[in-house]
Design a protein around this ligand. Sequence first.
Ligand code: ADP
Length: 226
Amino acid sequence: MILFDRVTKKYGKKGLALDRVSLHIAPKEFVLIVGASGAGKSTLLKLLTREEKPTAGKIVVGGIDYDQLKDREIPLLRRKIGTIYQDFKLLPNRTVFENIAFALEIVGMTSKEINFTVPRVIDLVGLNGKEKSFPKELSGGEQQRVAIARAVVRQPKILIADEPTGNLDPKHAWDVVAVLEKINQHGTTVLMTTHNQDIVKKLKRRVITIDGGRISNDTSVKAGAK
Ligand code: ADP
């Protein structure tokens, strides 16, 4: 469902961030993307969300050929792709419930539907009882779980997590990874960048290594493993 065919991204004339990257990610995969800082990981994710356009090459996601994508279709594309980041990006003056509800309000959902849907994702990420808390009253791990809830409440096909555990201590990092695994088990494709070697080793998922804008290694786990 995610296809990159010889995708190159240059920022300006010199900044070669990705160099003819080809990859295929099947629906419902959980893929870790690793590589040193500056390797091109975020660029790869930004090409997926259409925050950046490739300099050359083809990108097809869920049957949508990005070459054919019109600007007015981008909001619809982004509803199919949830995103979370290292710094959570929550609205500080809104409660947990309101932060998640906001993602539904902006697509015109009624309050009845919102009141039905939001408690279900709060339950999914294990934040029952925290509905009325504000972000600053939560731990980093809890804040990231609110961000995940907000990202998945519209049931995207793909969840992009750019260094989601970067600001968290190991325990909270694993809480967040556990929630991402659960979401993956519900059928969402998960792409996650990480510098955390412990997570890479223990998770036993496909790992794509990017080095200097190229894929230097791609391991997928054999059948029978998790
Ligand atoms: P990573 O996420 O692996 O740290 P990035 O994709 O952010 O790597 O960056 C890859 C390369 O592209 C780096 O050399 C970086 O400096 C460059 N780069 C990233 N974003 C921009 C930008 N907006 N303008 C110019 N150069 C950029």
